[in-house]
Design a protein around this ligand. Sequence first.
Ligand SMILES: Nc1nc2c(ncn2[C@@H]2O[C@H](COP(=O)(O)OP(=O)(O)OP(=O)(O)O)[C@@H](O)[C@H]2O)c(=O)[nH]1
Ligand SMILES: C[S@@+](CC[C@H](N)C(=O)[O-])C[C@H]1O[C@@H](n2cnc3c(N)ncnc32)[C@H](O)[C@@H]1O
Ligand code: SF4
Ligand code: SF4
Length: 339
Amino acid sequence: MPEQVLDARKRPLRDLRISVTDRCNFRCRYCMPAEIFGTDYPFLPRHKLLTFEEITRLVGIFTSLGVEKIRITGGEPLMRRDLPELIRMIRQVEGVRDIAMTTNGSLLAKHAKALKQAGLDRVTVSLDSLDDERFGRINDRGYRVQDILRGIDAAAETGMLVKINMVVQRGVNDQDILPMARYFREKGHILRFIEFMDVGNSNGWKLDQVVPSSEIVQMIHKEMPLMPIEPNYFGEVASRYRYAGTNQEIGFISSVTQAFCSTCTRARLSAEGKMYNCLFASSGEDLRGPLREGKSDEEIRELIQSIWVRRDDRYSEQRLKQTPGLSHRSKVEMSHIGG
Ligand SMILES: Nc1nc2c(ncn2[C@@H]2O[C@H](COP(=O)(O)OP(=O)(O)OP(=O)(O)O)[C@@H](O)[C@H]2O)c(=O)[nH]1
Ligand SMILES: C[S@@+](CC[C@H](N)C(=O)[O-])C[C@H]1O[C@@H](n2cnc3c(N)ncnc32)[C@H](O)[C@@H]1O
Ligand code: SF4
Ligand code: SF4
């Protein structure tokens, strides 16, 4: 049995979110605005990225400390060459119960089958609008809704569980809430609405752009009555509902208005091998150096354990208390750390 490691707030380490690249083919304004992430942006050179062997070794060490759930993210994870090979390697690590991936879906139609065959259990596709013009403006690279829907269908056809994440911004895509709910209810996929967050330093976040989950629940409930359901597991970020009279589920991630830091079991690994204790951390702790210096598994395990036991992060809770007087310290970008 793996050891149960608790942080300074008695939260166990259960999930590891691995960013496999800091690059992306989209330029979503709220994540990688084109004027900042331009052609001269210093993305990580290949030798600075963790190799698949290094990632897999770290996964093995993390599972010995209680991690069971792995999420592959980025940047856009499908921009990393041979990603199915990494999934295959992680699948063989003892203690890994669940492997999921978050993707913008644009390359999913091409890779879905290979990902499933490699052992990916689930995929979460980010999609913020069903309207081509708005979607094009959001991704800022001219990708079309059909490209993403094709990816979603391809993933579902392989038998993987598919969820859809929609980040809602007032005045940008709030008119898409009901069309998205109707479409994915019909399709039978779990749609989750995410409150727009002040991640990183470049997305120009303002509180009045956040549409609180409570408002979205009401909006949908009026047309399609909803019933709350219990969480699936300790620390689940989404509040779950189902459409009355059906088993079809829908979720709400209220990271701004109902912070869930008290049950946060998530560690994050950036593409260059830094471990972050929080999505809003200003800095991470380097694991790549110790890996490449030839440290033993036991030494790296002790290092990770010492980082986790000191963990006291609870940014969203603190922001909630402080709003509207928001703090302005520098934070890591979402595309770097993974969502
Ligand atoms: N503030 C904050 N937001 C988070 C955290 N984890 C996830 N989110 C937000 O929730 C979104 C969805 O995350 P997912 O990885 O799809 O959610 P998940 O609950 O881990 O997914 P499941 O494993 O399917 O339950 C992310 O894109 C973030 O916007 C977190 O630890 N802190
Ligand atoms: C950073 S992306 C990485 C994976 C992949 N490129 C994608 O878009 O799914 C992970 C998730 O973070 C979400 N995200 C990015 N910036 C956000 C913000 N400011 N607030 C809330 N969610 C955000 C995205 O919508 C996406 O669902
Ligand atoms: S949210 Fe995902 S798709 Fe959009 S820019 Fe960020 S990493 Fe790329
Ligand atoms: S803000 Fe930090 S501590 Fe709170 S839930 Fe998100 S990642 Fe966890």
